[in-house]
Structures are given as C-alpha cells and as structure tokens.
Design a protein around this ligand. Structure first.
Ligand code: SF4
Ligand code: SF4
Length: 361
C-alpha cells in the first residue's frame, strides 16, 4: 500500500491558502488591546505594542479564529431565547461597543451587554463569549474564569471599568460537545486599577520590561511570538515604533510624535519608518550601547566585546573623528540581519566595502 502520510489534500490546502492570503493583508494593531492585557509577560505586550515582531498564523489557525467569531451571534440568540435583552452593537452607532484609554493607545471591543439574565436581576452585564477546546473547557469548569483564563477575566474587568457596568457574563462553549458554561463576574475596582497601571506602564515605557524568564524554553516563552526578538538576538523590523525619535503621546487619538519630523506620524508612515530611523538600543539584544551622538549609536557585541559597531540613520553624516569607521551599519541593515554574527563579520565586511553590498536578511 502506498504511503500517503505526506499527502496534502488539495482542497484543504486551497482553503487554507485563501485564509492566509486574507490574513496577509491584516496589519498589526495600532493599540494595546484589552483582549491581551491579561497576558502574564509585560515584555511581550510591550513588543506587540511596538510592532517588534508580527505574528504569522497559518490558514488552519486563521480559520479557527473565525470559528470564535461565528459563534457570537449564536450566543446572542441563545440569550435572547431565554428572555434576556441583548445589545450586540451600540444602539447609538450601530457598531460594536468600543472603549479607549491613555490617549487612544489602549482599546477594546466588547461582545455586547445584556439585562434580564437568570439570577442577574435588573443589572446590565458586560458580555464575553468564548469557544474552547475540550481540555481548556475542562479547566474552565474546574477552576473558574479568573484562575483558568486570566486574560479573559482581565478583559471583562476592563470593559466593566470603562462602561460603568458592575457585572459581566462569561459564556463559553466546548467545541467538541457544544456543552455550555456560564459564570457571572463582579466588578473589582482594585483589579481594574491594577490593569490600568499595567497598561500605562507598558504603553509609555521607552524600553522593554524585564523578561519573565531568561530561559527561551520556559513554557510561556516557548509559545511566545516574540521569542526570537527577546531571546534570539533578532532585531525587530524597522518602523517608527522601534525608533528612538518616536513617542506615544497622552493627548490625541492614538497619536505618536516624532522628535525629528513633527507632532503626529500618520499610521501608514509609522509602519515603514523613514531614513532617519535609529533603533531603540534595548532592541539590539546582542549588543550594549556604549556611546551615541546625533544620528548614531555605538554598540559593543556582548559575546565579543572587541567587536564594536556604529548604527546610523541614512540621513545623518557621521562626524569624521569617530573611530571604527569600518563597522558602520544603516538602521535597516541591523533590522534585516537574521543572525547577529553577521554584524562585524570581516568576510561580510569585505563585500560591503568592496562591492557596496548591504545586509538584507
Ligand atoms: S519570550 Fe518570554 S520573556 Fe520574552 S517576551 Fe516572550 S514571554 Fe516574555
Ligand atoms: S525619525 Fe523617521 S522612523 Fe523615526 S520616528 Fe521619526 S518618522 Fe519614524
């Protein structure tokens, strides 16, 4: 019998490909989302807010996310069928309920709100709908939302704090069996304030918070999409959010300013950065910044302190008296280098100086 274990089903492959194509057009979020603020590692949240690495999902995963969204109207219909009054969109706008804070740098969209829930009296409840694998559902039933799903708990707490409702209803389904689980959650002002303090400390920090572990194989790091940047010496892609000249401002609607180019950088321009880009030194994890001037930063490689190099923007002429002229890299070369050992490598340097080559990944 032929071995078909490696056979790729062409129908399935084509469907997944469609999801991937559509997924590619989705851009990184411009804000810190309420749906992720409960994550344990603050550093991961900072990386996400700064677009340090963008998560790529395969077609199967993208379809799985859609499964979660498709379940929402059914949850709404189920609640209405038992007599609850449900708003799944804001009656004033016809759109999903949305909340913002910290000058628009934190945002979240609530699944809805409801009144007339059994045992809920006449209180309006924030609604949060989730789909679970059988294993995750089992843990949820055993431990409750706060312990089993702290991210979901934090999300609801934030919506309650922002909306003024002091109750939330968590409604979840086991995707294998269609078994349902519900839990009513009470607002906790202290928890809300802790979430706010956490978000503020991430949004306005100019350097990444400490690692949750120094071990890249630690169970949380192992699944983290920023592992390469955090533990693996990968410099993030070039954008305004990784540039020393940018600042997330407290006034405005998600406004970022640039010390070089003005009080507001349009989002489309933030995504690519400009020729004046200079990386935030803490993002170059394999080296330590030892000196700096207008338009340049000098680094020393941690694994080989004899190897020093200068990162410069493309728009500034370096002072003539700087030492180490042979190891000078444009900011985009540093971002493109997949392996930090390419930096200060004499062989690669020969190509750069003799043929005008540059590191392109
Ligand atoms: S790899 Fe680990 S320490 Fe680094 S951001 Fe991710 S979870 Fe945090
Ligand atoms: S200097 Fe360029 S890359 Fe840096 S923040 Fe300003 S516009 Fe963005």
């Amino acid at each position: 019998m032929p071995d078909i274990s490696d056979f790729t089903d062409p129908v399935v492959a084509a469907i997944y490909e469609q999801y991937e194509k559509r997924g590619e057009t989705e851009k990184a979020r411009t804000y810190l989302g309420a749906s992720i603020i409960g994550k344990e590692c603050k550093r991961a949240l900072w990386y996400a807010f700064r677009w340090a690495s963008t998560e790529k999902f395969d077609g199967r995963m993208l379809r799985l996310f859609q499964t979660g969204h498709l379940a929402e109207p059914r949850f709404v219909a189920d609640l209405r069928a038992i007599g609850a009054t449900v708003h799944d969109v804001d009656p004033a706008t016809g759109k999903q309920f949305g909340f913002t804070h910290f000058g628009g740098h934190m945002r979240g969209h609530m699944d809805g709100c409801a009144v007339g829930i059994p045992t809920g009296g006449q209180k309006w409840h924030v609604l949060e709908f989730k789909t679970h694998s059988a294993k995750s559902f089992g843990t949820l039933k055993k431990d409750g939302v706060k312990k089993a799903k702290p991210e979901h708990y934090a999300q609801m707490m934030w919506y309650m704090g922002k909306s003024g409702m002091d109750r939330a209803l968590y409604l979840a389904v086991n995707k294998d069996t269609d078994e349902l689980y519900s839990e009513r959650i009470e607002f906790d002002q202290v928890e809300f304030e802790k979430i706010q303090a956490k978000a503020e400390s991430i949004i306005f920090a100019s350097e990444p918070p400490p690692k949750i572990s120094d071990d890249p194989k630690f169970y949380i790091c192992n699944w983290c999409s920023h592992n390469d940047v955090c533990h693996g010496n990968r410099t993030p892609a070039l954008s305004c959010r990784t540039c020393v000249h940018s600042t997330p401002e407290r006034e405005g609607d998600g406004r970022w300013s640039c010390a070089k180019h003005g009080p507001e950088i349009p989002v489309h321009a933030q995504r690519t950065g400009c020729a004046s880009h200079l990386p935030l030194p803490f993002l170059i994890t394999y080296a330590t910044a030892i000196d700096a001037g207008d338009g340049w930063i000098m680094f020393q490689r941690k694994d080989d302190p004899a190897k020093q190099f200068i990162v410069t923007d493309e728009a500034t002429a370096l002072p003539a008296d700087l030492p180490l002229q042979q190891y000078i890299y444009a900011s985009n070369e540093i971002s493109a280098a997949k392996d930090h050992r390419a930096i200060c490598d004499p062989e690669i340097e020969k190509f750069r100086t003799e043929f005008g080559a540059s590191i392109a990944g």
